[in-house]
Design a protein around this ligand. Structure first.
Ligand SMILES: [Ca+2]
Length: 329
């Protein structure tokens, strides 16, 4: 049976694993990549656009590319992408492009794409700034939008002890999206970290790419793996594969909160049981007060739960054997 063609809008800070995700999307027959918006993160939004054009050129394909946000909603610009992705986000492979003629209104471009493709899935692989700004400007037009975001971590981060990088950089953007009437799915760091990609598996992945694209990836991926401690976790690729093949992972609904400042900046609290949800809805003193009224306790708890329904779906775990079987189409 033929699977349906997935229509994808890619929003990305185009570092190495983003580039791998883009390369994979371009090699898939059952995926139509509608357009790409770029955002600061692993590099600048301009740099991410140049990297996207570099990958597209290597694939000998063309797509609409639009420049997006150069800084977070509220926090000062911040990037440590240099360490894992090199100064240009692509370990020196970035080609020089004249970006002056590129579109630069990513929110308007996304609205138009969604109007023309109501089944669109947005695959967000960088800080969520562009998407938050788009929802701020076009709340009605973008209602119901499906977003698969590489964002958040349940038990341990990569930017800080508790925060995943994209969420650390712009926690207000995720916080905003969690309150919008959209279908938000979070691919957590926990899920992508369960598998360390061996070199032969990466070679096999690359064998499905066009020759020039394979050559590009053969340069950038080993640098990335070495710079991230020799443990290859291809987070953005995993998120892309899940966006195109939702049956490759088990997901759960959850009530999600994000800390926007302080030592815990960017930490995501993912509550998927009654016991975990309740302290995210009620203050300890409210719970203590309820305990004084045993007859109304049960009903009060149910009312509290109903007042703040789950606001996201998260990827609990990937089906790795089936993921690896989908690497090359
Ligand atoms: Ca990324």
């Amino acid at each position: 049976m033929r699977e349906r063609i997935m229509q994808i809008w890619l929003d990305s800070d185009m570092g190495v694993d983003d580039a791998l995700a883009l390369a994979w999307l371009l090699s898939q027959a059952d995926c139509e990549l509608i357009g790409i918006s770029t955002v600061f993160g692993n590099t600048t939004a301009q740099g991410a656009a140049a990297n996207a054009l570099t990958v597209l050129a290597a694939a000998q394909q063309q797509r609409f590319v639009v420049l997006g946000a150069e800084q977070p909603l509220e926090h000062a610009p911040y990037s440590t992408g240099f360490f894992a992705h090199g100064p240009d986000g692509l370990w020196g492979a970035q080609q020089a492009w004249d970006l002056s003629s590129l579109a630069n209104d990513s929110a308007a471009a996304l609205v138009q794409a969604y109007e023309e493709n109501p089944d669109l899935t947005v695959l967000a692989l960088g800080p969520l700034t562009n998407l938050a700004q788009a929802l701020q400007r076009y709340p009605d037009e973008l209602a119901g939008l499906h977003i698969v975001a590489m964002a958040g971590a349940r038990y341990g981060g990569n930017e800080t002890v508790v925060a995943e990088s994209n969420t650390f950089i712009d926690p207000h953007a995720l916080e905003y999206l969690l309150h919008q009437p959209i279908a938000l799915e979070l691919v957590l760091l926990d899920a992508v970290r369960e598998y360390t990609w061996p070199a032969e598996q990466i070679d096999y992945l690359l064998s499905g790419f066009a020759p020039q694209l394979r050559e590009l990836c053969q340069h950038i991926v080993p640098n990335f793996v070495q710079a991230t401690g020799g443990q290859a976790h291809l987070a953005d690729l995993c998120a892309a594969m899940y966006a195109v093949h939702p049956d490759l992972a088990e997901t759960k609904p959850a009530l999600v909160r994000v800390l926007v400042d302080g030592w815990g900046r960017g930490q995501t609290l993912i509550a998927d049981t009654f016991e975990q949800r309740m302290p995210l809805i009620l203050q300890p003193k409210q719970i203590m007060a309820l305990l004084q009224e045993p007859e109304q306790f049960e009903q009060a708890l149910q009312d509290a739960l109903a007042s703040q329904p789950d606001n996201a779906q998260y990827v609990l775990r990937f089906d790795w054997p089936r993921m690896l079987a989908k690497l090359v189409s």
